[in-house]
Design a protein around this ligand. Sequence first.
Ligand code: GDP
Length: 295
Amino acid sequence: MFDNLSDKLDRAFKVLKGHGSITEINVAETVKEVRKALLDADVNYKTAKAFTDTVKEKALGMNVLTSVSPGQLMVKVVNDELVELMGGNVSELDIKQNPSIILIAGLNGAGKTTFTGKLANYLKTQKGKKPFLVAADVYRPAAIDQLKVLSEQIGVPVYTDYESKDPVKIAEAGIAKAKADGNTVVIIDTAGRLAIDEQMMNEIADVKAATKPHEILFVVDSMTGQDAVNTAKAFNDRLDFTGVVLTKLDGDTRGGAALSIKSVVNKPIKFIGTGEKMDAIDVFYPDRMASRILG
Ligand code: GDP
């Protein structure tokens, strides 16, 4: 994960090797390399600039207060700022209500349906919940079939209605069934499109208005870099979602989405997807991710 970024940051810190102290000059040279590494990882320009400006200021400010080597000091400053950039603390899912309603949104192919299954499996096996799935993608019968297969695989019930073309009615009927059967979390998988589309946004907004979800999770493919960030912005402007799910972090992704999304939409990344299997889901910990990036 993020191997290229890790290598480039490592090289940036080497600029300070052999220097006895942090100076304006060697810090400027290091942060320039750090900025290049971030831009190469597809972090957006404004985020990368703000990040390195803060790192520079903090490194120069801390210099007199510490006895560690300039390289170690810089690694610590960059680590702390990476944690902040990715949201600081872990952001818990709001699942206190009975039932808690979770709406899943995102473009086609992002990994929505797969994540819907993974989340249900996680809530069942790790959180002792009784999840219930609702297949509200009225455009792709294959998506409904896919959710059915996953539901059988993880042993979680699913509500489907192949006849209806009304996602609001499906969602409402699904929630009613979930409540009647005593389930504690309802996860609604919605329809996506290949690109952002007004009708899709209207539909999800209608489902939101009708179901009043406690969580709206925006699922996005981390491999799409800056596009992921732009798509997140468009969905958030319309839906005011509560959290981001970054999928496909097991692939050869550069890291830009993970590093930029929080600063652009100001919503936390809550989960990551690390594979196609039902257990390939992790809660997103900004500090662990920063440590992984810095190796
Ligand atoms: P949807 O159209 O948003 O519902 O996307 P799907 O859930 O159908 O996922 C699209 C493809 O991405 C499928 O082939 C999934 O198996 C795959 N996929 C989803 N999440 C991950 C992940 O975290 N890692 C990898 N490697 N593949 C994933």
